[in-house]
Ligand binder design. Sequence first.
Ligand SMILES: Nc1nc2c(ncn2[C@@H]2O[C@H](COP(=O)(O)OP(=O)(O)OP(=O)(O)O)[C@@H](O)[C@H]2O)c(=O)[nH]1
Ligand SMILES: [Mg+2]
Ligand SMILES: [Zn+2]
Ligand SMILES: [Zn+2]
Length: 413
Amino acid sequence: MTTVICPYCFERSQAARLPYRCLMSRTGLRGGTPCDPERDDLWAGFTGGTAAPSAYMRGPVFPAPRTMPWSRGGGRAECPRCGVASPVRVCAGCHSDLPSDYCSQDSRIIALIGAKASGKSTYVSVLVNELRHRVGQSYGASLAAMGDETQRRDREMAEDLYERLRLPGTTRPAATGFNDPLLYRLSLPRQGRDGSRHTALVFFDAAGEDLKSAEALNRYTQYLSAADGIVLLVDPLQMGAVRDALPGDGGPPMPSRETPALQIASDVATQLRSHGKGGSRGRVDTPLAVAVTKTDTLRGLLDPHSPLLRNTPHAGGRFDEVDRLAVHEETRSLLEGWDSGALWRQLERDYSTVSLFGLSALGSPPPSDAPADAPPSGPQPVRVEDPLLWLLGRRGLIPVAKPPREGTGGTAA
Ligand SMILES: Nc1nc2c(ncn2[C@@H]2O[C@H](COP(=O)(O)OP(=O)(O)OP(=O)(O)O)[C@@H](O)[C@H]2O)c(=O)[nH]1
Ligand SMILES: [Mg+2]
Ligand SMILES: [Zn+2]
Ligand SMILES: [Zn+2]
Protein backbone atom coordinates (compact mmCIF):
# COMPACT_ATOMS: atom_id res chain seq x y z
CA MET A 1 0.00 0.00 0.00
CA THR A 2 1.37 3.41 -0.94
CA THR A 3 1.46 6.08 1.75
CA VAL A 4 1.39 9.61 0.50
CA ILE A 5 2.26 12.65 2.58
CA CYS A 6 0.75 15.84 1.22
CA PRO A 7 3.71 18.08 0.36
CA TYR A 8 1.61 21.17 1.20
CA CYS A 9 -0.06 20.42 4.56
CA PHE A 10 1.81 17.15 5.38
CA GLU A 11 -1.29 15.07 6.06
CA ARG A 12 -0.53 11.38 5.66
CA SER A 13 -2.97 9.15 3.75
CA GLN A 14 -3.25 6.02 1.68
CA ALA A 15 -2.92 6.81 -2.01
CA ALA A 16 -6.08 4.84 -2.86
CA ARG A 17 -8.15 7.02 -0.50
CA LEU A 18 -7.17 10.40 -1.98
CA PRO A 19 -10.21 12.31 -3.27
CA TYR A 20 -10.55 13.44 -6.89
CA ARG A 21 -11.28 16.79 -8.47
CA CYS A 22 -13.78 16.92 -11.35
CA LEU A 23 -12.28 18.20 -14.62
CA MET A 24 -15.55 19.99 -15.57
CA SER A 25 -15.01 18.64 -19.05
CA ARG A 26 -17.66 18.69 -21.75
CA THR A 27 -16.21 15.68 -23.52
CA GLY A 28 -17.01 12.24 -22.19
CA LEU A 29 -20.33 13.39 -20.68
CA ARG A 30 -22.73 10.51 -20.35
CA GLY A 31 -26.02 12.29 -21.01
CA GLY A 32 -25.69 14.51 -17.91
CA THR A 33 -24.73 18.17 -17.65
CA PRO A 34 -21.15 19.24 -17.01
CA CYS A 35 -20.19 20.28 -13.49
CA ASP A 36 -19.80 23.99 -12.76
CA PRO A 37 -16.88 25.41 -10.80
CA GLU A 38 -17.60 25.94 -7.13
CA ARG A 39 -15.74 27.80 -4.41
CA ASP A 40 -13.23 25.51 -2.73
CA ASP A 41 -13.46 26.87 0.81
CA LEU A 42 -11.06 24.33 2.27
CA TRP A 43 -8.33 25.17 -0.21
CA ALA A 44 -9.01 28.93 0.07
CA GLY A 45 -8.66 28.66 3.84
CA PHE A 46 -5.42 26.73 3.55
CA THR A 47 -3.76 29.14 1.13
CA GLY A 48 -4.83 32.13 3.21
CA GLY A 49 -7.51 33.30 0.76
CA THR A 50 -5.36 36.15 -0.52
CA ALA A 51 -5.81 35.47 -4.26
CA ALA A 52 -8.63 36.88 -6.45
CA PRO A 53 -12.00 35.22 -5.67
CA SER A 54 -12.05 33.59 -9.12
CA ALA A 55 -8.90 31.63 -8.25
CA TYR A 56 -10.88 29.65 -5.66
CA MET A 57 -13.60 28.57 -8.13
CA ARG A 58 -12.50 25.02 -8.89
CA GLY A 59 -13.87 21.68 -10.06
CA PRO A 60 -15.86 19.94 -7.32
CA VAL A 61 -13.97 17.44 -5.15
CA PHE A 62 -15.44 13.94 -4.75
CA PRO A 63 -14.29 10.96 -2.67
CA ALA A 64 -12.40 8.02 -4.18
CA PRO A 65 -14.71 5.12 -5.01
CA ARG A 66 -14.52 2.29 -2.45
CA THR A 67 -13.18 -0.26 -4.88
CA MET A 68 -10.75 1.34 -7.23
CA PRO A 69 -10.51 -0.23 -10.67
CA TRP A 70 -6.80 0.68 -10.95
CA SER A 71 -6.13 -1.64 -13.83
CA ARG A 72 -9.11 -0.55 -15.91
CA GLY A 73 -9.35 3.12 -15.04
CA GLY A 74 -5.62 3.96 -15.10
CA GLY A 75 -6.07 5.85 -11.83
CA ARG A 76 -9.17 7.74 -13.00
CA ALA A 77 -12.50 7.86 -11.23
CA GLU A 78 -15.88 8.97 -12.55
CA CYS A 79 -17.37 12.12 -11.08
CA PRO A 80 -20.63 11.06 -9.40
CA ARG A 81 -22.39 14.18 -10.70
CA CYS A 82 -21.36 14.47 -14.38
CA GLY A 83 -19.91 11.01 -14.99
CA VAL A 84 -16.66 12.21 -16.58
CA ALA A 85 -13.56 10.31 -15.42
CA SER A 86 -10.91 12.49 -13.75
CA PRO A 87 -7.25 11.65 -13.01
CA VAL A 88 -6.73 14.65 -10.68
CA ARG A 89 -6.06 13.69 -7.05
CA VAL A 90 -6.28 16.16 -4.20
CA CYS A 91 -5.23 16.07 -0.57
CA ALA A 92 -8.21 15.48 1.75
CA GLY A 93 -6.70 17.80 4.34
CA CYS A 94 -6.07 20.93 2.28
CA HIS A 95 -7.51 20.20 -1.23
CA SER A 96 -4.21 21.00 -2.95
CA ASP A 97 -3.95 19.21 -6.29
CA LEU A 98 -1.20 16.58 -6.25
CA PRO A 99 0.90 15.80 -9.35
CA SER A 100 -0.35 12.46 -10.70
CA ASP A 101 3.04 10.75 -10.40
CA TYR A 102 3.31 11.92 -6.78
CA CYS A 103 0.51 9.57 -5.74
CA SER A 104 2.03 6.35 -7.05
CA GLN A 105 5.09 6.26 -4.77
CA ASP A 106 5.92 6.51 -1.10
CA SER A 107 6.93 10.02 -0.08
CA ARG A 108 10.14 10.83 1.75
CA ILE A 109 10.38 14.29 3.10
CA ILE A 110 13.88 15.64 3.42
CA ALA A 111 13.68 18.91 5.25
CA LEU A 112 16.22 21.59 4.54
CA ILE A 113 16.89 24.29 7.09
CA GLY A 114 19.50 26.95 7.66
CA ALA A 115 19.87 30.61 8.51
CA LYS A 116 19.53 33.32 5.89
CA ALA A 117 22.31 33.16 3.29
CA SER A 118 23.63 29.84 4.61
CA GLY A 119 23.49 28.56 1.03
CA LYS A 120 20.18 26.62 0.87
CA SER A 121 19.03 27.66 -2.60
CA THR A 122 22.45 27.19 -4.17
CA TYR A 123 22.72 23.79 -2.49
CA VAL A 124 19.36 22.54 -3.80
CA SER A 125 20.12 23.62 -7.33
CA VAL A 126 23.57 21.98 -7.32
CA LEU A 127 22.35 18.86 -5.51
CA VAL A 128 19.66 18.27 -8.13
CA ASN A 129 22.24 18.63 -10.89
CA GLU A 130 24.66 16.23 -9.19
CA LEU A 131 21.92 13.64 -8.58
CA ARG A 132 21.13 13.78 -12.28
CA HIS A 133 24.73 13.45 -13.43
CA ARG A 134 27.77 12.29 -11.42
CA VAL A 135 25.95 10.77 -8.45
CA GLY A 136 23.09 9.42 -10.53
CA GLN A 137 25.59 7.59 -12.68
CA SER A 138 27.30 5.95 -9.68
CA TYR A 139 24.05 4.64 -8.20
CA GLY A 140 22.11 4.04 -11.44
CA ALA A 141 19.66 6.65 -10.18
CA SER A 142 17.51 9.13 -12.05
CA LEU A 143 15.71 12.21 -10.84
CA ALA A 144 12.62 13.79 -12.42
CA ALA A 145 10.80 16.95 -11.43
CA MET A 146 7.11 16.29 -10.68
CA GLY A 147 4.25 18.59 -11.56
CA ASP A 148 4.20 21.73 -13.73
CA GLU A 149 5.33 24.07 -10.99
CA THR A 150 8.42 22.08 -9.97
CA GLN A 151 9.28 21.45 -13.62
CA ARG A 152 9.19 25.19 -14.32
CA ARG A 153 11.30 26.08 -11.27
CA ASP A 154 13.67 23.20 -11.92
CA ARG A 155 14.35 24.52 -15.44
CA GLU A 156 14.75 28.07 -14.16
CA MET A 157 17.18 27.02 -11.41
CA ALA A 158 19.33 25.06 -13.88
CA GLU A 159 19.35 27.84 -16.50
CA ASP A 160 20.25 30.51 -13.97
CA LEU A 161 23.09 28.65 -12.29
CA TYR A 162 24.52 26.47 -15.06
CA GLU A 163 23.90 28.55 -18.20
CA ARG A 164 23.77 32.17 -17.04
CA LEU A 165 26.12 31.45 -14.10
CA ARG A 166 23.88 33.52 -11.83
CA LEU A 167 23.52 32.65 -8.14
CA PRO A 168 19.98 32.30 -6.75
CA GLY A 169 18.50 35.53 -5.39
CA THR A 170 17.47 35.70 -1.76
CA THR A 171 14.42 33.46 -1.19
CA ARG A 172 11.06 35.12 -0.52
CA PRO A 173 9.81 34.60 3.04
CA ALA A 174 6.60 32.56 3.33
CA ALA A 175 4.85 35.39 5.17
CA THR A 176 4.66 37.45 1.98
CA GLY A 177 4.21 34.65 -0.55
CA PHE A 178 3.55 30.98 -0.81
CA ASN A 179 6.76 28.99 -1.12
CA ASP A 180 5.81 25.81 -2.88
CA PRO A 181 7.78 22.67 -2.20
CA LEU A 182 9.99 21.17 -4.89
CA LEU A 183 8.79 17.67 -5.76
CA TYR A 184 11.11 15.14 -7.36
CA ARG A 185 10.85 11.49 -8.19
CA LEU A 186 14.06 9.62 -7.40
CA SER A 187 14.28 6.24 -9.12
CA LEU A 188 16.84 3.75 -7.85
CA PRO A 189 17.50 0.15 -8.88
CA ARG A 190 15.89 -2.32 -6.49
CA GLN A 191 18.61 -3.93 -4.42
CA GLY A 192 19.06 -7.54 -5.51
CA ARG A 193 15.98 -7.44 -7.71
CA ASP A 194 14.89 -6.27 -11.14
CA GLY A 195 13.17 -2.99 -11.80
CA SER A 196 13.44 0.26 -9.93
CA ARG A 197 12.03 1.73 -6.81
CA HIS A 198 10.56 5.21 -6.90
CA THR A 199 10.57 7.64 -4.02
CA ALA A 200 9.04 11.08 -3.96
CA LEU A 201 11.43 13.61 -2.49
CA VAL A 202 10.02 16.82 -1.11
CA PHE A 203 12.33 19.77 -0.52
CA PHE A 204 11.23 23.08 0.84
CA ASP A 205 13.63 25.85 0.05
CA ALA A 206 12.36 28.26 2.65
CA ALA A 207 13.74 31.70 3.33
CA GLY A 208 16.16 31.97 6.23
CA GLU A 209 13.93 34.59 7.87
CA ASP A 210 11.07 32.11 8.12
CA LEU A 211 12.67 30.61 11.16
CA LYS A 212 12.16 33.90 12.94
CA SER A 213 8.40 34.42 12.48
CA ALA A 214 6.03 32.33 14.61
CA GLU A 215 3.40 31.89 11.88
CA ALA A 216 5.86 30.70 9.28
CA LEU A 217 7.61 28.56 11.88
CA ASN A 218 4.34 26.77 12.56
CA ARG A 219 4.08 25.59 8.94
CA TYR A 220 7.75 24.81 9.05
CA THR A 221 7.24 22.66 12.13
CA GLN A 222 4.61 20.56 10.37
CA TYR A 223 7.10 20.06 7.57
CA LEU A 224 9.90 19.19 9.98
CA SER A 225 7.81 16.77 11.98
CA ALA A 226 6.74 14.93 8.79
CA ALA A 227 10.38 14.72 7.69
CA ASP A 228 12.27 11.43 7.42
CA GLY A 229 15.47 13.38 7.80
CA ILE A 230 16.60 16.96 8.25
CA VAL A 231 19.56 18.68 6.62
CA LEU A 232 20.76 21.70 8.60
CA LEU A 233 23.12 23.94 6.64
CA VAL A 234 25.67 25.87 8.69
CA ASP A 235 27.50 28.82 7.20
CA PRO A 236 31.06 28.76 8.58
CA LEU A 237 31.40 32.48 7.82
CA GLN A 238 28.90 33.07 10.65
CA MET A 239 31.35 31.62 13.20
CA GLY A 240 33.40 34.21 15.03
CA ALA A 241 36.47 31.95 15.10
CA VAL A 242 36.35 31.48 11.32
CA ARG A 243 35.87 35.17 10.67
CA ASP A 244 38.91 35.92 12.81
CA ALA A 245 41.04 33.23 11.18
CA LEU A 246 40.37 34.21 7.55
CA PRO A 247 42.30 37.07 5.97
CA GLY A 248 40.30 40.32 6.00
CA ASP A 249 41.73 41.53 2.69
CA GLY A 250 41.69 39.19 -0.27
CA GLY A 251 39.58 36.67 1.66
CA PRO A 252 35.89 36.05 0.99
CA PRO A 253 33.55 38.96 1.73
CA MET A 254 31.96 38.42 5.14
CA PRO A 255 28.15 38.11 5.15
CA SER A 256 26.16 40.08 7.70
CA ARG A 257 25.39 38.31 10.97
CA GLU A 258 22.37 35.99 10.89
CA THR A 259 20.61 33.69 13.36
CA PRO A 260 23.28 31.35 14.80
CA ALA A 261 22.99 27.69 13.70
CA LEU A 262 23.06 26.71 17.36
CA GLN A 263 19.86 28.64 17.98
CA ILE A 264 18.13 27.20 14.91
CA ALA A 265 19.09 23.66 15.96
CA SER A 266 17.80 24.15 19.49
CA ASP A 267 14.56 25.96 18.42
CA VAL A 268 13.81 23.19 15.94
CA ALA A 269 14.43 20.54 18.61
CA THR A 270 12.01 22.33 20.95
CA GLN A 271 9.35 22.43 18.23
CA LEU A 272 9.86 18.78 17.32
CA ARG A 273 9.63 17.70 20.94
CA SER A 274 6.30 19.50 21.23
CA HIS A 275 5.18 17.42 18.19
CA GLY A 276 6.05 14.16 19.91
CA LYS A 277 9.43 13.65 18.26
CA GLY A 278 11.36 13.52 21.52
CA GLY A 279 12.83 10.10 22.27
CA SER A 280 14.98 8.93 25.15
CA ARG A 281 16.49 11.66 27.35
CA GLY A 282 14.41 14.19 25.44
CA ARG A 283 16.60 13.92 22.37
CA VAL A 284 14.85 14.25 19.02
CA ASP A 285 14.78 10.99 17.03
CA THR A 286 14.64 12.44 13.52
CA PRO A 287 18.05 11.90 11.86
CA LEU A 288 19.84 15.21 11.48
CA ALA A 289 22.57 15.83 8.90
CA VAL A 290 24.48 18.96 9.83
CA ALA A 291 26.47 20.27 6.89
CA VAL A 292 29.01 23.07 7.06
CA THR A 293 28.62 24.84 3.71
CA LYS A 294 31.06 26.96 1.65
CA THR A 295 34.02 24.74 2.64
CA ASP A 296 35.95 26.27 -0.28
CA THR A 297 36.50 29.30 1.98
CA LEU A 298 38.09 27.06 4.65
CA ARG A 299 40.83 25.64 2.45
CA GLY A 300 43.52 27.62 4.29
CA LEU A 301 42.35 26.19 7.62
CA LEU A 302 42.29 22.55 6.50
CA ASP A 303 45.03 19.96 6.10
CA PRO A 304 45.75 19.41 2.38
CA HIS A 305 44.72 15.75 2.88
CA SER A 306 41.44 16.65 4.57
CA PRO A 307 38.55 14.45 3.36
CA LEU A 308 36.48 17.64 3.14
CA LEU A 309 38.45 18.79 0.09
CA ARG A 310 37.49 16.01 -2.30
CA ASN A 311 34.44 14.07 -3.42
CA THR A 312 34.04 10.43 -2.54
CA PRO A 313 33.97 8.13 -5.60
CA HIS A 314 30.91 6.09 -4.45
CA ALA A 315 32.79 2.99 -5.52
CA GLY A 316 30.56 0.11 -6.55
CA GLY A 317 27.47 2.30 -6.27
CA ARG A 318 27.62 2.22 -2.46
CA PHE A 319 27.65 4.90 0.16
CA ASP A 320 30.90 4.47 2.06
CA GLU A 321 30.43 4.49 5.85
CA VAL A 322 34.18 4.67 6.57
CA ASP A 323 34.40 7.79 4.45
CA ARG A 324 31.35 9.31 6.15
CA LEU A 325 32.89 8.74 9.57
CA ALA A 326 36.13 10.40 8.43
CA VAL A 327 34.14 13.42 7.29
CA HIS A 328 32.14 13.42 10.51
CA GLU A 329 35.29 13.35 12.66
CA GLU A 330 37.00 16.04 10.61
CA THR A 331 33.95 18.30 10.82
CA ARG A 332 33.54 17.60 14.51
CA SER A 333 37.11 18.69 15.21
CA LEU A 334 36.45 21.87 13.22
CA LEU A 335 33.25 22.58 15.18
CA GLU A 336 35.02 21.92 18.47
CA GLY A 337 37.50 24.64 17.64
CA TRP A 338 34.83 27.16 16.69
CA ASP A 339 33.12 29.30 19.29
CA SER A 340 34.17 26.91 22.08
CA GLY A 341 32.46 23.94 20.43
CA ALA A 342 29.03 25.16 21.56
CA LEU A 343 27.22 23.98 18.40
CA TRP A 344 28.40 20.38 18.66
CA ARG A 345 27.53 20.23 22.38
CA GLN A 346 24.04 21.55 21.65
CA LEU A 347 23.53 19.03 18.83
CA GLU A 348 24.56 16.12 21.05
CA ARG A 349 22.17 17.27 23.73
CA ASP A 350 19.19 17.74 21.38
CA TYR A 351 19.42 14.97 18.76
CA SER A 352 19.98 11.24 19.07
CA THR A 353 21.16 10.70 15.48
CA VAL A 354 23.51 13.34 14.12
CA SER A 355 26.09 13.11 11.38
CA LEU A 356 28.35 16.00 10.44
CA PHE A 357 29.27 16.90 6.87
CA GLY A 358 31.20 19.58 5.03
CA LEU A 359 30.31 20.67 1.52
CA SER A 360 30.84 23.33 -1.07
CA ALA A 361 28.13 23.83 -3.68
CA LEU A 362 30.26 26.11 -5.81
CA GLY A 363 33.76 24.75 -5.17
CA SER A 364 35.22 28.24 -5.03
CA PRO A 365 33.93 31.63 -3.86
CA PRO A 366 31.88 33.83 -6.21
CA PRO A 367 34.10 36.31 -8.13
CA SER A 368 34.91 39.28 -5.89
CA ASP A 369 33.97 41.76 -8.63
CA ALA A 370 30.64 39.96 -9.36
CA PRO A 371 29.33 38.53 -6.07
CA ALA A 372 25.96 37.58 -7.60
CA ASP A 373 27.65 35.28 -10.13
CA ALA A 374 28.85 31.70 -9.88
CA PRO A 375 32.60 31.13 -10.39
CA PRO A 376 33.43 31.56 -14.12
CA SER A 377 34.04 27.82 -14.59
CA GLY A 378 30.58 27.06 -13.17
CA PRO A 379 29.82 25.16 -9.96
CA GLN A 380 32.49 22.55 -9.11
CA PRO A 381 30.75 21.03 -6.11
CA VAL A 382 32.41 19.05 -3.36
CA ARG A 383 30.42 16.55 -1.27
CA VAL A 384 26.98 18.13 -1.79
CA GLU A 385 25.34 14.70 -2.09
CA ASP A 386 26.64 13.18 1.15
CA PRO A 387 23.96 14.38 3.62
CA LEU A 388 21.07 13.21 1.42
CA LEU A 389 22.75 9.89 0.60
CA TRP A 390 23.35 9.23 4.30
CA LEU A 391 19.66 9.80 5.00
CA LEU A 392 18.60 7.61 2.06
CA GLY A 393 21.06 4.89 3.14
CA ARG A 394 19.57 4.85 6.64
CA ARG A 395 16.19 4.15 5.05
CA GLY A 396 17.60 1.29 3.00
CA LEU A 397 17.09 3.16 -0.26
CA ILE A 398 20.73 2.98 -1.38
CA PRO A 399 23.37 0.33 -0.64
CA VAL A 400 25.80 1.21 2.13
CA ALA A 401 29.35 -0.16 2.41
CA LYS A 402 29.71 -0.74 6.15
CA PRO A 403 33.05 -0.50 8.01
CA PRO A 404 34.69 -3.89 8.70
CA ARG A 405 33.62 -3.71 12.34
CA GLU A 406 30.67 -1.71 13.63
CA GLY A 407 30.98 0.70 16.49
CA THR A 408 33.87 2.88 15.32
CA GLY A 409 33.63 6.62 15.47
CA GLY A 410 31.70 6.83 18.68
CA THR A 411 28.91 8.98 17.26
CA ALA A 412 25.26 8.59 17.79
CA ALA A 413 24.86 8.29 14.03
N1 LIG B 1 32.17 30.48 -1.13
C1 LIG B 1 30.95 29.99 -1.33
N2 LIG B 1 29.88 30.81 -1.21
C2 LIG B 1 28.65 30.28 -1.38
C3 LIG B 1 28.44 28.92 -1.69
N3 LIG B 1 27.10 28.70 -1.80
C4 LIG B 1 26.50 29.89 -1.55
N4 LIG B 1 27.44 30.85 -1.31
C5 LIG B 1 27.23 32.28 -0.99
O1 LIG B 1 26.15 32.41 -0.10
C6 LIG B 1 25.18 33.29 -0.63
C7 LIG B 1 23.81 32.86 -0.19
O2 LIG B 1 23.46 31.64 -0.82
P1 LIG B 1 21.93 31.21 -1.01
O3 LIG B 1 21.97 29.86 -1.63
O4 LIG B 1 21.15 32.27 -1.67
O5 LIG B 1 21.51 31.11 0.52
P2 LIG B 1 20.03 30.86 1.15
O6 LIG B 1 20.27 30.07 2.37
O7 LIG B 1 19.13 30.30 0.11
O8 LIG B 1 19.59 32.34 1.55
P3 LIG B 1 18.08 32.92 1.81
O9 LIG B 1 17.25 32.47 0.66
O10 LIG B 1 18.30 34.38 1.84
O11 LIG B 1 17.66 32.37 3.13
C8 LIG B 1 25.39 33.22 -2.14
O12 LIG B 1 24.95 34.39 -2.76
C9 LIG B 1 26.90 33.08 -2.23
O13 LIG B 1 27.51 34.34 -2.12
C10 LIG B 1 29.60 28.08 -1.82
O14 LIG B 1 29.54 26.87 -2.09
N5 LIG B 1 30.82 28.67 -1.62
MG1 LIG C 1 17.36 30.93 -0.64
ZN1 LIG D 1 -2.66 18.71 2.09
ZN1 LIG E 1 -18.20 16.45 -12.42
